[in-house]
Design a binder for this molecule. Structure first.
Ligand SMILES: Cc1cc2nc3c(=O)[nH]c(=O)nc-3n(C[C@H](O)[C@H](O)[C@H](O)COP(=O)(O)OP(=O)(O)OC[C@H]3O[C@@H](n4cnc5c(N)ncnc54)[C@H](O)[C@@H]3O)c2cc1C
Length: 277
């Protein structure tokens, strides 16, 4: 299914068949002291993986091993809907960005923030070559417009894989301003270099999580059409939503702000945003 973009709604949605996959860890690379890239291999050529250009927020649901048995019980697909494995606890799912896909090698790269507070973060810390992981989706791709005059892109480390895709996939000449908060400036992830882009790292250890909204509010947009994309800890994005609505007064269709996780909440469903958002 594909929804066409229009002047009012320049984001095009393309749906993909729902495919559960069981992949294995074929590569582990340290990106920073608190981020690592895990390359997952085993994509079957008969079920092509949808990797869609200009869809930086494309994500899969990762299915983690059961705590007690270490086994992964993948859901099945019945009438294009997920059916949970019978007689077993509901599997643990978490959303992760598809950082890269190599069709020839049959691999996906996922960049994990390493943190000790939840099953996904802990899995990534302990992952070893040969470990298995379930992967569902992506269910659909939001294909962003490529003809805006300026892109303002903001977030924390969980948004860095999507930011890297933005910078790789925006057409040459597109102007982008990227604001990234990091736990400390010693832990800056590498982002692709491109002409017409400024990338600013902001240190949460000095200024707190509010530094993102402050930096966002100080950006003076260039004349023309502005597209805003932001993701990361949900609470830190609230003032950004407000600024976009009340100060920049952008049409909602020119904005995509997504709470990727929320302090103190396990397995946040990013489709459920707070009502005051
Ligand atoms: C569309 C989408 C794409 C995403 N892409 C990525 C990605 O590419 N890489 C990535 O690392 N994350 C990504 N995330 C965020 C990731 O899904 C969450 O961080 C998730 O909550 C981690 O699951 P968990 O089991 O480790 O923690 P949970 O069980 O969900 O949460 C347990 C506790 O951990 C805390 N917590 C959760 N995440 C973090 C964090 N990052 N840092 C510190 N504390 C945390 C919570 O506040 C909670 O108290 C994405 C989320 C969405 C919605």
């Amino acid at each position: 299914m594909s929804k066409q973009s229009t002047e009012d709604s320049p984001i095009r949605l393309v749906m993909h068949p729902l495919v559960p996959r069981l992949l294995h860890v074929a590569g582990i690379e340290a990106l920073t002291p608190s981020m690592r890239r895990i390359t997952l291999a085993g994509l079957a050529p008969e079920a092509p993986f949808p990797f869609t250009p200009m869809a930086a927020s494309d994500h899969v649901k990762l299915v983690f091993p059961e705590a007690e048995t270490g086994q992964i019980h993948l859901p099945t697909v019945v009438d294009d809907r997920l059916a949970m494995p019978e007689g077993r606890p509901r599997p643990i799912f978490r959303d992760y960005t598809v950082r890269a896909h190599d069709g020839g090698a049959g691999t996906l790269d996922i960049d994990f923030v390493l943190h000790q507070h939840g099953p996904a973060g802990l899995w990534a810390i302990g992952a070893q070559l040969g470990d298995t992981l379930g992967v569902l989706g992506p269910r659909g791709s939001h294909i962003y417009p490529s003809d805006f005059d300026q892109y303002l892109i903001a977030g924390d480390e969980t948004a860095v894989p999507a930011m890297a895709r933005w910078l790789e996939e925006l057409p040459p000449g597109a102007q982008a301003t990227v604001l990234v908060t990091v736990a400390s400036l010693a832990e800056q992830p590498a982002l692709p270099h491109r002409v017409g882009t400024s990338v600013t790292f902001l240190d949460r250890s000095v200024q707190g999580a509010g530094v993102l909204a402050q930096a966002f509010a100080s950006v003076v947009p260039v004349p023309g059409r502005l597209f805003v994309w932001a993701a990361g800890e949900a609470g830190s994005l609230k003032p950004i939503r407000r600024h976009v609505r009340e100060v920049l007064q952008l049409p909602p269709a020119h904005v995509d702000i997504d709470g990727y996780w929320k302090l103190g909440v396990e397995g946040l469903d990013h489709h459920e945003q707070d009502s005051d958002d």
